[in-house]
Design a protein around this ligand. Structure first.
Ligand SMILES: C[S@@+](CC[C@H](N)C(=O)[O-])C[C@H]1O[C@@H](n2cnc3c(N)ncnc32)[C@H](O)[C@@H]1O
Length: 235
């Protein structure tokens, strides 16, 4: 091994390779597609929690009842359980939920799990201290329905915590493996989330570009929206 400088062309090819997509992205529609993605032993989005969620740790108190929406293989639900919360992790992929259960067991925390399609789930009302949705993107009619149910399911004074992609992510998908749906209608704007959670006090609504390092499918530059809002106290 020598430390000789690389020929200019080889160095340039390396730069291109490091900023190019390395993985195929089939359309991720329906539980079977997600089961297929999750079927291998590895964790598609890693086992570490979403980086933004960890910055919001002060919002969660031991004993809080938290719903981790579309929790996939459980990395965020397990982290919330490690903060002392009573977490229900829900996703429509049985393979994902099985891996969430395994992850919780390996970390020594309790995690309630549920396989359910959130578009048809019987949502409870005024039940959760917080609902967390990390990269949960749906066509507009389903998003509106699920966010309406989520708003109702949060207790008065409780929180909604979301990180998702913005429309600017579409341009980044051609050069980075940072992921997200290819349909702009499924991406988030601050106005959209403020409307979905109308009446909530918005504590954070931040459009930012970040560099994701969250498993094989969320790696590299990404345009995200970070949203935290509190449901008003009753009365
Ligand atoms: C991009 S992954 C994010 C997983 C997880 N939140 C994370 O950050 O690691 C999106 C997840 O949404 C789930 N999902 C999509 N539509 C759903 C639905 N209608 N009901 C329940 N889960 C759904 C998928 O199964 C998948 O696990």
């Amino acid at each position: 091994m020598t430390n000789e400088p690389k020929p200019v062309r080889a160095a340039a090819e390396e730069v291109v390779a490091s900023t190019s997509r390395r993985i195929d992205r089939p359309a991720m529609t329906g539980p079977a597609a997600w089961d297929d993605r999750y079927k291998d032993d590895g964790y598609s989005f890693g086992t570490a929690p979403n980086a933004f969620l960890t910055t919001q740790g002060a919002l969660f108190r031991p004993g809080d009842k938290v719903l981790a929406l579309a929790d996939g293989e459980g990395r965020n639900g397990v982290w919330l359980a490690e903060q002392g919360c009573h977490v229900t992790s829900v996703d429509y992929s049985p393979v994902g939920i099985e891996k969430a259960t395994r992850l919780a067991r390996s970390r020594g925390v309790a995690l309630e799990t549920l396989v359910a399609d959130l578009t048809t789930w019987s949502w409870p009302v005024d039940t959760y201290d917080a609902i967390v949705a990390i990269y949960f993107h749906l066509p507009p009619h389903h998003r509106e329905t699920i966010h309406r149910h989520a708003a109702a399911a949060i207790k008065p004074g409780g929180l909604i915590v979301i990180e998702g992609f913005r429309p600017e992510q579409i341009a980044l998908q051609s050069t980075h493996d940072s992921g997200g749906p290819p349909d702009v209608r499924m991406l988030f704007s601050p106005e959209m989330l403020a409307e979905d959670f109308a009446g909530f006090e918005v504590l954070l609504s931040e459009e930012t570009e970040t560099v994701l390092d969250e498993g094989l499918f969320h790696t590299g530059r990404a345009a995200v929206l970070r949203f935290v809002a509190r449901k008003p106290l009753a009365g």
